[in-house]
Design a binder for this molecule. Structure first.
Ligand SMILES: Cc1cc2nc3c(=O)[nH]c(=O)nc-3n(C[C@H](O)[C@H](O)[C@H](O)COP(=O)(O)OP(=O)(O)OC[C@H]3O[C@@H](n4cnc5c(N)ncnc54)[C@H](O)[C@@H]3O)c2cc1C
Length: 478
């Protein structure tokens, strides 16, 4: 085990993509095995020392940023233990970097359906935030693909939680061989497809679902078993540019009504006119004056399927359409899609203001009203922003690009309005990024004080000394 104490060498662990400042810790523990991780946790628990879990550091809500105590980094738990092509599963330590896992799978003609967008993230970070990936429109989020996790609980006990093995009975969980017993949370989660806001809650829920998305507050995932599938054949990418963003929304609405076509769609993304302005700096082909773009990836199921796409696309007057079915062109469109979040993060870092970025999802029947609401409020606020993201899942990210304190204040006010409206519409305040340290206020708007108390009760039952992931999701003290 490595223990780093020199502040100049550990400063990097006090950052993530949220740009939240002020992080500090006395040291960083870097275990080389699950047993070593458990030993560190036991020691911290006995000494009541706060412990923050750190993975790839790509989180956008400050989850891995410590405020006191110590950090435990999973970077050396990076072993892919087994890939079973016959039974379609993989077992891996939590510190495996997503990109390494995907490449190893590709060599065996296999694929991990959550296909996380940020490839430098760790698998453990993805599970802890219930991340969504490139193709979540088709496959859904990480939760669905996690069969088993090995976890160090805050008291230092190591447990294996297998899906289907520990189910809540009469509203209670009992964690085997630990003596930990508690009532499950009973707030009602929103009925939207994606939700990474706070602890999972469902009648008759599975224990594994409580830990998935718990953002390092209920234990440290040291190993996971996940589903894999055969590589996807015949995927093509297409980007369609519109003068009027309304046409982009109309096309998506029409597409969503065509079940046969949706069957093959892997992702359905949107970029507003402001996003396209930034992207043009890197890609001069972006049509000048474009007000919106829809980018999608789909599988070529049949020649009939391609004809249907052709009919849909030609029924709208687009400014330009880019199609990619060769490796080179697919790669170009793929990079185009990925450039924007990187550009936004660079601007945030350069301007030295915290990231103010929404992660709201609303139900399908409220999505178009929500978008109208965004446009009205953003127009009035007059703060630079981009709107982009997963239009297929009613999940657009509004990112404010702040230059001064006044803009920060305005952006926060506007954001609060978005949150209230989304909750009124039955949506969630986090579709994929989690709550971390910077969205707790929104979580309370979503679940009310009683919901937050429920979460605190669950947290205290599992983490009696309240040492783990301090400040994430819910604030509790021992
Ligand atoms: C350019 C860019 C694009 C992105 N796109 C997306 C996207 O499309 N979809 C999406 O969902 N996210 C996206 N993200 C956010 C980020 O990649 C995810 O939140 C990711 O899951 C974080 O993983 P990480 O390994 O970097 O975790 P970290 O940032 O290191 O940690 C995240 C949280 O998980 C906890 N944690 C980490 N490992 C463990 C563990 N082993 N056990 C218990 N708790 C743990 C940490 O304490 C922290 O609270 C993007 C980020 C960037 C920078």
């Amino acid at each position: 085990m490595l223990i780093k104490k020199e502040q100049s060498t550990i400063r990097g662990y006090f950052e993530d993509a949220s740009n939240l400042s002020g992080g500090n810790a006395e040291c960083v523990y870097i275990p080389e095995s699950g047993d070593e991780a458990a030993e560190i946790v036991r020691e911290c628990n006995v000494g009541k020392k706060l412990l923050t879990v750190s993975a790839g550091g790509t989180g956008v809500v400050g989850g891995r940023i410590p405020f006191g105590g110590a950090v435990l980094s999973t970077e050396k738990l990076d072993n892919i233990i087994e890939i079973n092509a016959g039974e379609k599963y993989a077992v891996l330590q939590s510190g495996v970097i997503v990109d390494n896992f995907l490449k190893e799978l590709a060599r065996k003609n296999l694929f991990y359906p959550p296909f996380p967008t940020e490839k430098t993230a760790f698998i453990g970070g993805n599970i802890a935030t219930n991340a969504s990936g490139e193709y979540s429109f088709k496959f859904g989020c990480t939760r669905k693909y996690v069969r088993r996790i090995k976890l160090v609980l805050p008291g230092g006990e190591v447990i294996d939680v297998k899906r289907g093995e520990v189910i809540a009975k009469n509203g209670m969980f009992e964690i085997p061989s630990t003596g930990i017993k508690f009532a499950i949370p009973c707030y009602k989660m929103p009925g939207v497809v994606k939700n990474s806001a706070g602890y999972y809650s469902q009648t008759g829920m599975d224990l594994i679902d409580l830990f998935i998305g718990s953002e390092g507050t209920l234990g440290i995932i040291i190993e996971a078993e996940v589903d894999v599938i055969e590589q996807l054949p015949d995927v093509f990418f297409c980007a369609v540019f519109f003068k009027d963003s309304g046409d982009a929304f109309r096309m998506v609405r029409e597409l969503k009504a065509q079940r046969d076509m949706l069957e093959g769609v892997l992702c359905l993304e949107y970029f507003d006119g402001n996003s396209l302005e930034y992207l043009r700096e890197f890609c001069q082909r972006v049509p000048v004056g474009a007000g919106g773009c829809i980018l999608f990836a789909a599988q070529m199921n049949s020649p009939d399927g391609l004809d249907a796409w052709d009919r849909l696309l030609t029924s709208y007057s687009s400014m330009d359409t880019w199609f990619g079915d060769t490796e080179k062109h697919k790669e170009e469109l793929y990079s185009f899609r990925h450039k924007l979040p990187e550009v936004v993060n660079d601007i945030v870092r350069k301007n030295m203001y915290p990231k103010v970025s929404t992660d709201i999802v609303v139900p399908e029947d409220k999505f178009y009203d929500m978008n109208e609401y965004y446009l009205e409020k953003l127009g009035k606020a007059g703060v630079r922003h981009v709107v982009f993201g997963h239009i297929g899942e009613n999940h657009l990210h509004v990112n404010f690009l702040l230059e001064n304190e006044e803009e920060l204040r305005k952006a926060r006010t506007v954001y609060l309005g978005f949150v209230r409206k989304a909750v009124e519409f039955g949506g969630t305040v986090s579709g994929e990024h989690g709550i971390g340290k910077i969205k707790k206020q929104f979580l309370e708007i979503m679940y009310g004080k009683s919901g937050i108390e429920e979460m605190a009760r669950v947290k205290r039952a599992i983490d009696r000394n309240c040492i783990m992931g301090p400040g994430n999701i819910v604030t509790v003290h021992s």
